[in-house]
Design a protein around this ligand. Sequence first.
Ligand code: 13P
Length: 313
Amino acid sequence: MSLVNTKEMFKRAYEGHYSIGAFNVDTFDTFKVVCEAAKEENSPVIIQITENVIKYFGEEYLMAIAKTASETGIEMALHLDHGRSVEICKKCVDLGFTSVMIDASSMSFEDNIRLTKEVVEYAHKHNVTVESELGSITGIEDDSTVEDKYGHFTHPDQVVEFVTRTNIDSLAVAIGTAHGAFKYKPDEKPALRFDILEEIEQKLPLFPLVLHGSSSVPKERLALVNQYGGQLAEAKGIPEDMLTEASKRAVCKINVGTDLRVCFTGEVRKFFVEQPKEFEIRKYTTPARNAVKEMVKDKMRNVFLSSNHAKVD
Ligand code: 13P
C-alpha cells in the first residue's frame, strides 16, 4: 500500500470507537520501529514530522524512507505536525505528504480561518487532508514555547463556524492536554475537560477530533533516565485511561512524541552506564529501539484500541 491520507482512517476510527496514534519520529530509529509496531499490531499509523525533523532527515531521504515504509504492508499517513506557515504546508503537499497541519491557533479567529482555508484549498487539490487547531494547547512544541500554562480551551461555540468556513478534515482541540514532558505542576492533578469534548462532539457529529500533547510520561521511564545519570524533573502525563476514553469518543488521532524520547533516552543511558567500553552504535541503540517499539505496540493495543484495524490491500 502506498501512503494514504487520513480521511478513510478517521472514518473507520470514528465508527469503530478507537483512535490512531500519531507518533512524532525524530530519527530513522524511531521512524522504523513505529512502522514495525504498526505492522505487528495490524494498526493504522500516522507518522508525524515537524519542520525541524524534515531538515534533520533531508527531504529526499525522508520521502524515500516514508515511501519504503508504506510499502511494507502498513496503512500509513505521512503528516506535517504544526505547520507554522501556508508555505511549509504547501511544500509538504508538493513533497508527497498525505496530511498536513496548519497551526495558526495563536492568531485571531479570522486569521486562523484565512490561513487554514488557503492550505485546505491547495491540499485538497492534491488529495491531502488538513488538520487545524482551535484554542491553545499549552506546553513545548518543537523548539518554540506556547505560553499561558492554563491555556485557552477550544470554545464549543466556535467549532461549527471554523469547520464550515475552512473545510478542514480534522480539528485539534484544546481540552487540557499539553505538549512536552512537563504538562502539570507537581501538585496538579491531570484532568481532561470531557465536558468540553462532549459539547464539541454534539456540535460536530461524526467529525474527527485530534488530541495533541498526549504523552503519558510513564513513571518508570522517567525513573530509568534519572537512575542512569539523567536530570529530568518530576513530570506527569495524560493518564492512559483518559486517552482510551477519548478514543472511544470523537477523538480519532492522538499525538505522542515525548514518550518515545524519554523511553529511548533512558535505555541509551542505561546501556552506557552498564557497558562503558562499548561504542558500537547498533548495540547501544538496539535496546532503545526495542523498548520504543514495545511502548508503541502497547499504546496501539491497550490505549488507542487501534490494533487489528488496518486496512491493507
Ligand atoms: P507530547 O509532547 O505529549 O508527546 O505531544 C506531542 C504532540 O502533540 C506533537 O504535536
